[in-house]
Design a protein around this ligand. Structure first.
Ligand SMILES: [Zn+2]
Length: 514
């Protein structure tokens, strides 16, 4: 009975959502047709995790109810909840704080989560609504059960990856609220070029929870691009508690596991994303470098390659802590995955299994060069945020050029190889400051924003000299760390750190005037 009710409600929700809300990534609608969900349609608010957490002991009881196998796979997660205490004192940090309790059915590809968001209105204006990005809704299988403010159900509208939550009264500047929401994901099968989803031996959860997008004269949530990353993130504090339905599932995450009762807790502060990968086959080798505890997660048979990228990571972090500034997080997980490429998140990077297969026992390899690239994003993307859609060069060109610095300093006899292999071979051209929407092909985008961007940074380094150039980068990370930088900011800080005239270089590589 209960099962049928649940299935009926899931089916109803699914029908509503699939008719009107799920948009294929290529078909982003230019105009938004919102479907407003009447909260009274689900009149039984379910309590959430303790809002006083972490001082309070979690009392939310989840129960797994394994069901007998049938021809049709059924959701195997079920919640039971008890009355919970009211919110405690405001959080000390003005950064948005995400506390998530996520229950993962690894084999059944289901995830249920309670998410609590402490948000301080730092926009300077009174807000009637808040905009969140919900990436899983672009892939299907995502369902929100409710959104609440201080125990009261809120109206919300979900359209594509836009979730608009409406407040009954305006939220004044400086006001702090605690939003809670419960959502479920019927995790989709992974497609090759993206980490998100399940595979035969891995479930990757990236951009998997609703998050509040930045506000800068309006909410910043761009439409998906087929060429490049398009999300913009404020730095936030994350505490994610995970429990798996099966034993023996290894979790690689942003952050290192801590015991938290029957949950396993992961924390990362001042980060833009929290990603994790689950697998019953992953194992790891580990090391420390500077402020970072590093784990290199791999599948059986790849221990040699896992040690090789771990070794490169140790050298890289040691170098970049001197050149750029301290590693921004306490830990880094390097995770082997079935991809075409690498992908960066805060405190976690994915690297393609094909890089491990191709590894030739040399730094002259994609495993090392792409691995160094993704790890460099911990500074350029993670620490210093930027608009990845509109100014992708700010993180991508710096990550590519960081590879050059790695080879120049760690493997100088491979420095020329690196320039030929990674940059010159492609004959890069094009304005460096284009957006992800400005290019006809992925190759054209990479050639302009990544590779010609690296050419520009090499010219800038040469013009300024090493002392001024690295003083500039350290100034840049310290001024814009945990914040957002624009191209204007980049050049303003550069000019403050050099007496050299750099305007001819900017004119040669950039369409805009800076
Ligand atoms: Zn990159």
């Amino acid at each position: 009975m209960k099962k049928h009710l649940r299935l009926a409600s899931i089916f109803l929700l699914w029908t509503i959502m699939s008719c009107t809300l799920l948009q294929p990534m290529q078909a982003a609608p230019p105009t938004l047709a919102f479907v407003t969900v009447n909260p009274n349609a689900s009149p039984t608010p379910t309590p959430f995790q303790p809002l006083g957490y972490p001082t309070a002991t979690p009392t939310l009881a989840y129960t797994f109810t394994p069901e007998p196998p049938t021809d049709t796979p059924l959701p195997t997660l079920e919640y039971t909840a008890t009355t919970l205490p009211l919110p405690s004192a405001p959080a000390p940090s003005a950064r948005t704080q995400y506390t998530i309790f996520a229950l993962l059915d690894y084999q059944g590809h289901q995830l249920g989560a309670d998410e609590t968001i402490r948000y301080t209105n730092q926009t300077g204006v009174t807000l009637g609504e808040i905009v969140m990005a919900v990436e899983p809704n672009l892939r299907g299988g995502f369902a929100i059960e409710n959104v609440m403010l201080d125990g009261n159900l809120l109206n919300y509208a979900l359209n594509g990856h836009h979730l608009i939550v409406t407040f009954p009264q305006g939220l004044a500047p400086g006001a702090q609220i605690t939003l809670t929401m419960r959502f479920r994901i019927d995790i989709p099968a992974k497609v090759k070029d993206r980490p998100y989803g399940y595979d035969v031996d891995q479930v990757n959860l990236t951009d998997w929870y609703p998050f509040i997008v930045p506000f800068s004269n309006g909410w910043v949530l761009h439409e998906p691009s087929n060429l490049g990353e398009y999300l913009v993130y404020d730095a936030a504090d994350f505490e994610v508690n995970i429990k798996t339905a099966q034993s023996g599932v290894v979790i690689a995450a942003s952050g290192v596991e801590e015991a938290n009762g029957e949950w396993t807790r992961y924390r990362i502060n001042g980060a833009r994303t929290f990603a994790f990968s689950a697998s019953d086959l992953l194992r790891y080798v580990d090391a420390t470098a500077g402020g970072a505890y590093i784990r290199s997660y791999y599948f059986p048979g790849y221990d040699y390659q896992a040690a090789a990228i771990l070794n490169a990571a140790v050298r890289e972090i040691g170098l970049f802590e001197v050149k750029f500034g301290a590693f921004p997080y306490g830990s880094l997980s390097i995770v082997q995955a079935d991809l075409n490429d690498g992908q960066e998140y805060d405190g976690l990077v994915f690297l393609a299994t094909k890089f491990y297969n191709e590894y030739n026992d040399s730094a002259r390899s994609n495993l090392v060069s792409i691995g160094v690239h993704e790890i460099a994003h911990q500074w350029w993307f993670g620490l210093v945020g930027n608009d990845q859609a509109m100014e992708p060069w700010l993180d991508e060109a710096l990550a590519v050029y960081s590879e050059a610095l790695f080879y120049k300093n760690i493997y100088p006899n491979s420095y020329d190889w690196w320039w030929n292999f990674r940059v010159n071979y492609f004959g890069p051209s094009g304005w460096v400051d284009g957006s992800v929407y400005d290019h006809a092909s992925f190759r054209a985008y990479v050639n302009a924003s990544y590779l010609n961007g690296a050419n520009f940074l090499e010219a800038l380094n040469y013009r300024m000299g090493d002392d001024a150039f690295f003083r500039f980068l350290q100034d840049y990370t310290s001024r814009f760390g945990r914040g957002h930088a624009t191209t204007y900011d980049f050049f303003a800080v550069a000019r403050q750190n050099t007496t050299a005239d750099i305007s001819d270089l900017i004119n040669a590589y950039f369409a805009g005037s800076y």
